[in-house]
Design a protein around this ligand. Structure first.
Ligand code: NAI
Ligand code: OAA
Length: 335
């Protein structure tokens, strides 16, 4: 019997034999996600043909000799995987290949999230925090929530943190400051090429003083043009280079997202795909990425920001795409 000071929490990762999970298991089991004093019991779900590969991941986790890892359960059974979990990283889904848009994965992937919503509904803790990473992440999260009606819809989120990290990193490089000195870049809308990476409220610390990013960059053409398209297309650029989609950075972003949700975002805004209440004119009842702050395990949309004409057009385009994806997903799930 192993004794820990705090009781371990059960955390599930789906697609656990895949690329992203290979980095994510370490983020979680090392304490980077839930904190250095929180032991974790990992539930690792994949499909039956991947159980052999998954066994290798389990061996490697043991070989890491991680003090916070209380146990590991590899399984192909969703109800076993989701039983009593406090946090769920829903990664398992097909990734896109070169030339595809993420929404091209919808028909193949959305049923996974219907089935997993049903399993979460049955066996997970009612306060489980769910992060959907598998693409198309926003719409998969919506479907998952719809099939888990006993769990509050606020508990279902989609990952746009990778886009936020990309945006922050691009701006820091442009200004020539460490990435930690840029904050409050916003990702609006869908985790797709219609997303709107918005620097208009971002601030940068230069020489100990805070300055708006717009003034520090002082190049409107870049901020409305190359900056936006670089972030929108970064996933495709990584696929073109690696012939596989982002994995290391996706795992880091998933850990950042869940850490901030559990432990709080402090004085920074973070972007999360959440079930929309219609804030900022976004369509209601789609999973839309907003700027949020988090504390005590809850997120809250940042209110009162000004939306320029340019931003309005961008928000409308990404909202329209999400409304269309929702209709398509609901039709697929009916079958
Ligand atoms: N939201 C975001 O920012 C990002 C999302 N992604 C998405 O994450 C997903 C996973 O990517 P990778 O790990 O690179 O893919 P991968 O192909 O390496 O791994 C996916 C794993 O999921 C498993 N899987 C398939 N169906 C499953 C099911 N029903 N239950 C449990 N496991 C299942 C597969 O067997 C495989 O082991 C893809 O959809 C990808 O597009 C990737 C990067 C960033
Ligand atoms: O681009 C992809 O398909 C994988 C992904 O979501 C990303 O890297 O943002």
């Amino acid at each position: 019997m192993v004794y820990f000071q705090a009781a371990p929490i059960k955390v599930v990762i789906t697609g656990a034999a895949g690329q992203i999970a290979y980095s994510l298991v370490y983020q979680i089991a090392s304490g980077a996600c839930f904190g250095p004093d929180q032991p974790v019991f990992l539930h690792l779900l994949d499909i039956t043909p991947m159980m052999g590969v998954l066994e290798g991941v389990v061996m490697e986790l043991a070989d890491c000799a991680l003090p916070l890892l209380a146990g590991v359960l590899p399984t192909a059974n969703p109800e076993e995987a989701f039983k009593d979990v406090a946090a769920a990283f829903l990664v398992g889904a097909m990734p896109r290949k070169e030339g595809m848009e993420r929404k091209d994965l919808l028909a193949a992937n959305v049923r996974i999230f219907k089935e997993q919503g049903q399993a979460l509904d049955k066996v997970a803790r009612k306060d489980v925090k769910v992060l959907v990473v598998g693409n198309p992440a926003n719409t998969n999260a919506l479907i998952c929530s719809k099939y888990a009606p006993s769990i509050p819809k606020e508990n279902f989120t989609a990952m746009t943190r990778l886009d936020q990290n990309r945006a922050q990193s691009q701006l820091a490089a442009k200004i020539g400051v460490p990435v930690k000195d840029v904050k409050n870049v916003i990702i609006w809308g869908n985790h797709s090429s219609t997303q709107f990476p918005d620097p208009s409220n971002a601030v940068v610390t230069i020489g100990g003083a805070q300055k708006p990013v717009l003034a520090a960059v002082n190049d409107e053409e870049y901020l409305k043009g190359a900056f936006v398209s670089t972030v929108q297309k970064r996933g495709a650029a990584v696929i073109a280079a690696r012939k596989m989609s982002s994995a290391l950075s996706a795992a880091k972003a998933a850990s950042d997202h869940m850490r901030d949700w559990f432990l709080g975002s402090g004085d920074r805004w973070v972007s999360m795909g959440v079930v929309s209440d219609g804030s900022y004119g976004a369509p209601a009842d789609v999973v839309f990425s907003f700027p949020v702050t988090t504390s005590n395990g809850k997120w809250k949309i940042v209110e009162g920001l000004t939306v320029s004409d340019f931003a309005r057009q961008m928000l409308d385009a990404t909202g329209k795409e999400l409304a269309e994806e929702k209709e398509e997903a609901l039709a697929v799930c009916k079958d």
